[in-house]
Design a protein around this ligand. Sequence first.
Ligand SMILES: Cc1cc2nc3c(=O)[nH]c(=O)nc-3n(C[C@H](O)[C@H](O)[C@H](O)COP(=O)(O)OP(=O)(O)OC[C@H]3O[C@@H](n4cnc5c(N)ncnc54)[C@H](O)[C@@H]3O)c2cc1C
Length: 586
Amino acid sequence: MNIKKSEYLLEPADIIWNNLNPYSRQYRDIYGQKNDFFQEKLNVFVEPFTKCVKDIPSNSQVTVCELGLGFGINLLLTADFWKSMPKSSRLNFISIEKHPVKQADLKKMLRFFKADNKDQFIANYPINFRGHHTIWIQKNVKILIVLDDVASALSNLDAKVDYWFLDGFSPAKNECMWDNQVFKKIRTLSRPGAKALTYSAAGKVKLNLENNGFKTKKTPGFGKKTEMLTGYLDEKWLPATVTETDFTIIGAGLAGLFCAEALSRRNIEPAIIDMGTAGPSFIPQLSVFPLLAKTAEPQYRMSLAANEYMESAPGFFRTGLTSVPDTEKEQKRLKIICNLLPDSLMVETKENHFHFPRAGWFSTKAFEKELNLEKKQVNITKLESEGAWNGYSDNEKVFSSQNLILATGSNLELLPDQLEIRKIKGQAISVDTSGLNRVTNSLVTIFPTVKGKSVVSGTYENSSALQISPENTKVLHENAEALLGRSLKIRKEWVGLRASSRDRLPIVGQAPQWAALQKTQRVRDIKFYEPGLYYCLAFGSRGATHARLYSEHLISKILGEPCALGKIEQAILSPARFFIRNQVRC
Ligand SMILES: Cc1cc2nc3c(=O)[nH]c(=O)nc-3n(C[C@H](O)[C@H](O)[C@H](O)COP(=O)(O)OP(=O)(O)OC[C@H]3O[C@@H](n4cnc5c(N)ncnc54)[C@H](O)[C@@H]3O)c2cc1C
């Protein structure tokens, strides 16, 4: 793989192999004890952990945070153990890594490792760009890999941790990992009674644990190590329990369906209500590719993560997408971005186009079929809160629910003006094609041939009139013919409304109490939220790329799990951001 350096990417682990024993050139240290690698992980981390959690009550969730993913051995062993746990108990495994190992090294290491979930892990192993990567390797085991420097990763992490696996390179070789600042953050993120396990018995580690409120205990070490440390907060530890199970989602477009998927993964069946007029989510082919810029700001990195998360979605077709720049300026912009990313994400073709090998297209219909959830067809016209959220259609009560997610797309009737959502009209057509095998994106987007047809889409109009305009059809048709260099017969037309926010980024999170926001200057200072009310909205022209990860994030946040997005990214999507910005400006 041709790795190009940038802020998007982290430097991968530089490994020297001594038979099957990896050695890090960056840290001048071994990854584990020679020839006893797996046994050491079991002995130091996994077995002590399993002893403590094996009898937890059903409906519990336990969160482990490992510093130093390495080859994912702790993660795989812990997940493997979790198969023996009741289906209703969930494991959240966070792992932080600054120098992720390359896939080839990962495969080499895991070649002789026996764990059922190893292939799933290798297949979903993230590309080395900075940020949060969510992976499911078993139904009740969620993996959150945070690729970043440990201090930034912990600062941005939104999680409450029960067990810390401190498995970085040795304190003498990797001082930053064992710094007091890191232990301060560990303490802040710990649940009452949390434990820290480590192979190290270094004085600095003991001191930093104790300085931050952990009691410590030395026990016999593994192999060549005479001792190892355990730290614990001297309080009773009880696992978190999952209490929120009553959910209603209004809107069964991409956003609503992905929220439903995230809930059903956790064995929660939400009630889904839709008025029945299929929104733009049901245009048969929607492009999936990341929103990128020349600077690796968080909104672009999380778009990459969202694209990555889509790859495992039923209904996603990884055909690749080729961007054909229509201006010199766009050509230059894409070239700069391309130079920042590895070829596996973006590569310049010999025609000077830009290809995204991991992109593709999505069929909401195929996804919905796979999800197989029941929808209730009603137009909700009024909401009221009386302990629970009640929804009405023409004054007739339709539902009452503790948790309500509004995923209503461009229908703004139930939404407050403070969200500042506007409607952008768009059209699509389908045309006869043959043999198109990738998405092509230029002035219009042309999709691969399915049953002799391709969707062509890409008009943008500041309008909320849901009528097909012949001029827009003409634009789509002519541009598609110009791009493919042949005449095309139109078979079908669609018109739809995109919901777009003021900064064109989605709106995802709990509804704030607007009246209580008057003096709030920053999103992170918001104190008062509407209990049980959430928004998953404003996906603009990128719903198929972003809605799955951001919905997964919303559900993880509601259920008190480690969040799929960091605190910075959450602020970027906050429903209160425009209100606060307006206020700060005044
Ligand atoms: C022409 C066109 C082409 C596009 N192409 C792409 C593309 O290639 N790639 C891409 O990523 N995105 C594309 N988009 C944008 C994409 O379609 C949206 O981002 C996405 O569909 C938004 O999903 P959603 O679930 O938020 O909204 P919607 O799909 O609008 O779903 C909202 C649902 O809520 C229901 N609803 C609303 N209010 C109520 C109520 N009060 N009671 C009951 N039900 C209610 C509606 O009936 C609807 O089913 C395109 C959009 C258009 C218009």
